[in-house]
Design a protein around this ligand. Structure first.
Ligand SMILES: *Cc1c(COP(=O)(O)O)cnc(C)c1O
Length: 219
């Protein structure tokens, strides 16, 4: 795991330097969904502290104990969130990357005040406007972020996207960066195993890498 992680960090740094960015401006989120516990523990031992999960229940089972014995962990929810799991998500995660509708914003705000815990929030953007995919349509992002602030009292710190499979990702990364710039939001979560270097070149602050780091998912 140490070698795989060093290799990915090296590729992130090279991509950053190729566009005159500082590698320090890009965080590696290790996507541990579907990976075996011992692989996750090896990644922790290699020094990795930021992890992404896409299911609340799987993540709660895996991380509740680990987080109580590890300092400095950052857990990020990168999968779709049902309103009825908002409370459990707020209780576990440090960052929720997939806010995309008013009802969920209301549920997250209620959970945050009920639990006295305020995870950072990213708004997911459906840059490819795919009907089956979660996320706010690009044309609605500015209004949605405004409502999240003014109606729901949450302060999003950035945007996240998952480009359509089977087409070049770069235009989607460029679009997400432009939207984040327009809103003056600092965080841009984009890029996965196949395209994280391109995402870095287009301004990603967080790349979400699973299989290129751990090997293919077993579960
Ligand atoms: C699974 C997943 C990833 C990681 O995908 P890999 O191709 O294995 O790197 C990144 N982001 C999201 C939202 C995911 O669901």
């Amino acid at each position: 795991m140490r070698r795989a992680r060093a290799e990915i960090l090296g590729r992130i740094a090279a991509a950053a330097r190729s566009v005159n960015r500082s590698p320090e401006g890009i965080a590696l989120t290790a996507v541990s969904k579907g990976q075996a516990d011992d692989a996750v523990d090896a990644m922790l031992d290699a020094g990795q502290l930021i992890f992404g999960e896409n299911r609340v229940q799987e993540a709660t089972a895996r991380w509740t104990h680990r987080r109580s014995v590890r300092q400095g962990l950052e857990l990020r929810l990168i999968g779709p969130l049902q309103t009825n799991k908002a409370r459990e998500a707020v209780a576990l995660f440090d960052v929720i990357e997939t806010l995309d509708r008013d009802r969920l914003a209301a549920a997250l705000a209620a959970a945050a005040s009920g639990l006295g815990r305020a995870p950072k929030i990213l708004v997911q953007v459906n840059t490819g406007e795919e009907p089956q995919k979660a996320g706010v349509a690009p044309a609605g992002v500015v209004d949605f972020v405004k409502r999240v602030r003014e109606v729901h009292g949450l302060e999003p710190c950035g945007l996240m996207c998952i480009p359509p499979a089977g087409e070049p990702a770069a235009p989607h990364f460029a679009l997400l960066s432009d939207l984040a710039d327009a809103l003056a939001l600092p965080v841009r979560s984009m890029g996965m195993s196949a395209d994280f270097e391109a995402a870095v070149r287009f301004g990603a602050t967080h790349v979400r890498v699973g299989s290129a780091l751990f090997g293919s998912r077993s579960q």
